[in-house]
Design a binder for this molecule. Sequence first.
Ligand SMILES: [Zn+2]
Length: 76
Amino acid sequence: MDRRGAMRCPSCNEVATLLATRPFCSERCRSVDLSKWLGGTYRMAGDPVDPAAQLARETFPELAATGDRAEESTCD
Ligand SMILES: [Zn+2]
């Protein structure tokens, strides 16, 4: 841990001194990093699960149960 809580800019690795743009060293680096996220440069590795599909399965189990368990009642 650096003294006085000095932070390294995640984008360019410079010391980030501006409170307003922390943890980035500048507004520019913050924008660069944000655009990386929005552009899909960053990906969660090893997690192919689609959160939307997972939510749909939990919200509408009857729709997801059209496979081998279609006849099985889940109600009591
Ligand atoms: Zn930077």
